[in-house]
Design a protein around this ligand. Structure first.
Ligand code: HEC
Length: 136
């Protein structure tokens, strides 16, 4: 029985170690890794958003908004500026388009980075932001 105690202690230490900060780091590093889209006849890593568009997988501003942003921005969840609400967007617009795109891409307060479109590129977030601005 006695020889099992060190085994138990080591196991516990490993579990605690990986359940703590280290685990968060592992998850974060996986979430933030960029995804390469590889197309037939093309060297991997060279595919761009335009290539994706070429194979018909293009996401439009509307589809990005609907699947990635509407959940919060339609109803103003958690203080999200509502779609089409001029008053709520005007103050934010003063920050400038670039800043709004940066904040939507990187996250700000209750706005999670990239909203629900976790695989969106910065350009795609940009067209979704423009889509929202166009409605006010
Ligand atoms: C989980 C809810 C949620 C989702 C999903 C979401 N947002 Fe937001 N968004 C927020 C909240 C909350 C704020 C207000 C943050 C603040 O300034 O306090 C916000 C603010 C913003 C702003 C203003 C940022 C600023 O600097 O004032 C932009 C632009 C924006 N969102 C774009 C998007 C886009 C584009 C998407 C979809 C790709 C999206 N959001 C998805 C919750 C969300």
């Amino acid at each position: 029985m006695k020889k099992f105690i060190p085994v138990f202690v080591v196991t516990l230490a490993v579990v605690l170690f990986f359940n703590g900060k280290k685990y968060d780091e592992l998850v974060n590093s996986r979430l933030s890794s960029s995804i390469a889209v590889c197309l037939e006849g093309q060297a991997c890593g060279q595919a761009t958003a335009m290539n994706v568009a070429a194979v018909g997988g293009a996401r439009t501003a509307e589809s990005i908004y609907t699947t990635g942003c509407a959940a919060c921005h339609d109803a103003g969840i958690a203080g999200a500026p509502m779609m089409g609400n001029k008053g709520q967007w005007e103050a934010r617009q003063a920050k400038g388009y670039e800043m709004l795109v940066n904040n939507a891409y990187n996250g700000i307060n209750g706005m999670p980075a990239k909203g629900l479109c976790t695989d969106c590129t910065k350009e795609e977030i940009g067209i979704a932001v423009q889509y929202m601005l166009d409605t006010i």
